[in-house]
Unconditional design. Sequence first.
Length: 246
Amino acid sequence: MTGYGDGRGTGAGVTSFKVGDEVFGMPRFPKQAAAYAELAAVPADEIALKPTRADHIQAGALPLAGLTAWQGLVRHGRLKSGQRVLVHAGAGGVGHLAVQIAKARGAYVVATASPGKLDFVHKLGAGEVIDYTKGDFTSQIRDIDLVLEPLGGDHADRSLKVLKPGGVLVSLLDVSDATRPDASSRDIRVERMSVVPDREGLLELAGLVDAQKLAVHVARTFPLGQAGAAHAFLATKPIGKVALTV
């Protein structure tokens, strides 16, 4: 969500914002935060100033997917410069941001994508983009330090095959009962994560946007009254994000 501070003030003890500031964030997630309301009271430590190089649609599309990518790579994955990172679904909402974040932090990025999205992911900064419709990705790459896996199914288990001993698998979905012991036997750490509100992460994302190292691709916008159509469009697996506007 994005918005403006209004004339009713910022609340006692709030010093990071002033009336009229443009802000963005995903406050109270996954609880209800009245994000569709005209006015909403939100915790000051769960929002940040909107990046100046992003409009409100782009900034509104950034927090959920951007923090998921940031926390997955940096907090859970402990990404370091020079590492080799595999991002599954590199053209997706989380994936296209993860590719850019990993690249900005000095990683060599490998991503998977469908045939019509390969060029898009290359332009984001991926050193290699694998067409997942042409054979098993596990036969095409190796020596990966960190995998970000948002797809589920058997992708987590298969991703173990491309990780180095001591590597990290970060999954946004549950992993199978067989994955963890298999990983443990090879000294691979498995992290199952859920995104949480994170002011520090928002500040980092905003900094990358303003440094022109991160851009949100919005495939299409829908008015709030067409939220159902937006969900139907998401089922077509568009590139990047879909945004609701008022």
